[in-house]
Write a protein that binds this ligand. Structure first.
Ligand code: PEP
Ligand code: MG
Length: 747
């Protein structure tokens, strides 16, 4: 690149910095900037378009177009050449704008006189802010140098916008991150919460996008890159014995950290007058824009790696980081792209709510949020770009909706909702000790699902009559290495201590499918939900299962012990697992450990096949628990993790209820204890219908016990069963409408 061009660029940036330093109003500054750019680029026109809302761009300043069109000319995202630049995040450079694809003639601007057009997106880390355009009369394509120079300017404009340099009158000049915004995501954990944003990884703020001394900036960049490389090498060394996937990620990091192309681009940015951090951010913004376009999963991941690396580099350069020294605000609501279960546990119950841009209903973070009963919304796209630390925020976990900086009317309605929930909670506390007996005298046993130490206090506070499902894998998932047997013994005995004699059903490790242990060799399976998971792993590689069984027996230390095997698809699997228990008991006896006072061994019914097992199986199994989450996914062939189909089939679908009825009948014939421990057990309407079908033990999240009990106390199960039977005879698809109408009539 010619030195002359670089120094031109630096001169222009120097003048932009002067513009930034004045105490002019936003509009005057924008006017001055368009003038400066047109002058420096030698074009007749320079215009700046900014977003007035997510869908509309507004001409906010121009040199060369008719002044009266400022704040009058608007276009929708994707409309015209400017809209195209904004939508695609890509440069449009054409010598003949009127013939270019998507051109829209806007008579009020007088732009028909200008033939060539160069439009550059103004964006900051994936956040679209507007479009910078230069136009000129002569029909020519702008050179690569000119495009590059304008990209550097666009980057500085984005930083200036972020710092509030263009704030003025009108929506398009309203300060960034101050408008209220609503995000629609998915429900991770129900409940409503109001509080203030706490960004798990705060945005890095660049206060000096322009620098005078490129040599000094290059030095800073090189020093930071060196620190980054050393850091990545250290991580690589530490994980040489770790899993393959983690190593691959780190190798990719190292590749980027040593990438010549990346370095060269940043060096060029600096030569043009950007500071080291602005250069990093410019490349990061462009990589993010590319990420939006890329379909290929592998490439997307690599771009995400680069994004992560850029964040690290920015933190090194600016000294800003996770530990900013800021205190958690009052009523913190955590906002993050994603978060691991370990980090979330560290925050613990101090959080009032959680909003994730990624995440999924079955993710480990969601599991922890549920255990802590913290409202969680997942898939709230772009929230980390919009939210600032301390912003007022309301999280509606029931609907999967988040209100950021909400309007007064939303605040009032939302607070009403929270108050109603608080009233309901108070009602549930008042029936905590009341047994769940229906109006027609049926006693339903309400127990809770658990898996973390954080769950234990709920045993008292929820009124649960025991633990119907202790998901032992959660303890394995929240660690970064395999727990030792002695640790498990300590853990399980704490659980039994906390249960104070109430029955605890320990489910052996249910890993595989969506639950992948970070320290186990990943297996590449075409369809993990139907793959090598749960008891299949336990039987094929019995080492961990044996250790777990030993730990359970030692933790029981003479107390009663209940063990349940997950995902049993045929009787033989149960028998093989049972034989492992017998062997372990024998070994423990020989070793002189105290044996459990009583031992119940059961299986989870999660695949339809088990419901059709030979009668002998029903006679021999200690008890059965329907894992409705998995059972439903296999019954309807609808992936429980797939947002598209997850809710497609209703639990109150007549075919499913008939299937449940068959299981209940088979268990009644053989006198087999039966419970239900999927998520549906915690949904009041579904729960009472399951009870009406004959299931008398329901295991659910602790927070659901109050609502489920409250409805059971007001329900006549025989009458409800009648409603369900009538619906089935009529041949409806789901009995939900009839059941809801019946409850409505009951008041
Ligand atoms: C289920 O499948 O219903 C169940 C309780 O197990 P998990 O959700 O842990 O797979
Ligand atoms: Mg399951």
């Amino acid at each position: 690149m010619a030195d002359g061009t670089e120094s031109e660029s630096r001169k222009l940036l120097g003048r932009l910095r002067e513009a930034m330093a004045t105490d002019e109003a936003g509009q005057a500054r924008l006017d001055r900037i368009t003038h400066l750019i047109a002058d420096s680029m030698g074009t007749e026109v320079c215009s700046i378009y900014l977003f007035r809302d997510a869908e509309t761009l507004e001409l906010c300043a121009t040199e060369g177009l008719k002044p009266e069109s400022v704040h009058q000319t608007r276009m929708r995202l994707g409309e015209g050449l400017v809209g195209r630049v904004a939508k695609s995040g890509k440069v449009v450079n054409t010598p003949d704008a009127p013939s270019a694809k998507g051109f829209r003639y806007m008579p009020e601007t007088g732009e028909e006189r200008f033939s060539s057009f160069l439009g550059i997106p103004v964006q900051r880390l994936g956040e679209k802010l507007g479009v910078l355009v230069v136009q000129s009369r002569v029909a020519r394509e702008f050179s690569a140098d000119e495009v590059y120079a304008l990209e550097v300017v666009a980057m500085v404009l984005a930083e200036m916008a972020e710092l509030g340099a263009f704030v003025g009158e009108g929506a398009a000049l309203s300060p960034l991150h101050q408008k209220s915004a609503m995000f629609r995501g998915g429900t991770g954990q129900e409940g409503a919460a109001e509080g203030h944003v706490w960004l798990h990884e705060p945005r890095v703020v660049i206060t000096n996008p322009i620098a005078d001394d490129p040599h000094r900036e290059l030095e800073r960049l090189n020093e930071a890159i060196e620190e980054l490389r050393v850091g990545v090498d250290r991580m690589l060394e530490m994980s040489q014995h770790g899993d393959k996937e983690q190593l691959q990620v780190l190798e990719a990091y190292r590749m980027f950290a040593n990438s010549k192309g990346w370095m060269r681009r940043m060096e060029e940015d600096i030569a043009r007058g950007l500071s080291a951090e602005a250069a990093v951010e410019k490349e990061q913004s462009q990589a993010r824009a590319r990420m939006e376009q890329v379909q290929d999963a592998y490439l997307r991941e690599r771009l995400a790696d680069l994004d992560d690396l850029s964040n690290r580099l920015l933190r090194i350069l600016t000294g800003q980081g996770k530990q900013t020294g800021a205190d958690l605000p009052a009523d913190p609501i955590l906002v993050a792209r994603n978060i691991g279960p370990g980090d979330l546990l560290e925050y613990g119950r101090s959080l009032k709510g959680i909003v994730l841009e990624e995440g999924s209903v079955g993710s480990h973070a969601a599991i922890v949020a549920r255990a802590l009963a913290i409202p969680l919304v997942v898939h709230a796209e772009r929230i980390t770009t919009e939210a600032l630390n301390g912003d007022h925020i309301m999280v509606d976990g029931d609907q999967g909706i988040v209100h950021l900086r909400p309007e007064d009317s939303v605040v009032t309605a939302f607070r009403d909702k929270i108050a109603m929930q608080a009233d309901a909670q108070a009602r549930y506390v008042s029936i905590r000790e009341t047994p769940a007996v229906t109006l027609d005298g049926h006693r339903v046993n309400l127990v809770m699902n658990a898996g973390l130490m954080a769950d234990l206090p709920s045993l008292e506070s929820s009124g649960a009559e025991g633990v119907g499902l202790f998901r032992t894998e959660l303890q394995f998932l929240v660690r970064n290495k395999m727990p030792k047997r002695s640790e498990l013994v300590a853990l399980y005995s704490r659980v039994l201590d906390a249960a104070k004699g109430k029955r605890v059903v320990f489910r052996t490790l249910d890993i595989g499918s969506d639950k992948v242990l970070p320290y186990m060799k990943p297996t590449d399976e075409p369809n993990p939900a139907l793959g090598w998971r749960a008891i299949r792993v336990g039987l094929d590689k019995p080492g961990v299962m044996r250790m777990q069984l030993q730990a359970l027996i030692r933790a029981a230390a003479g107390r009663p012990l209940t063990i349940m095997f997950p995902f049993v698809a045929q009787a033989e699997e149960y028998r093989a697992a049972r034989a492992e228990v017998d062997k372990t008991v024998e070994r423990e006896r020989i070793l002189g450990h105290k044996l459990p006072e009583s031992l119940e061994i059961g299986a989870m019914l999660e695949t339809p096949s088990l419901a059709f097992a030979p009668q002998k199986f029903f006679d021999e199994v200690g008890f059965l628990s329907i894992g409705g989450n998995d059972l439903k996914q296999f019954f309807f062939a609808a992936d429980r993790e797939n947002e598209r189909v997850r809710r497609r089939y209703d639990t109150l679908n007549c075919s499913f209820l008939t299937f449940i009825e068959n299981i209940v009948e088979r268990c009644e014939q053989s006198g087999t204890q039966l419970s239900f421990c999927g998520e549906d057990a915690g949904r009041p309407i579904e729960a009472v219908c399951l009870a009406a079908m004959g299931i008398r033990t329901l295991s659910m999240r602790p927070a659901s016990i109050g609502p489920v009990k409250s409805l059971l106390l007001r329900t006549n199960l025989e009458q409800l069963r009648q409603i369900i039977t009538e619906g089935r005879h009529e041949g409806v698809q789901s009995v939900r409408p009839a059941v809801t109408e019946w409850f409505r009539q009951q008041g």
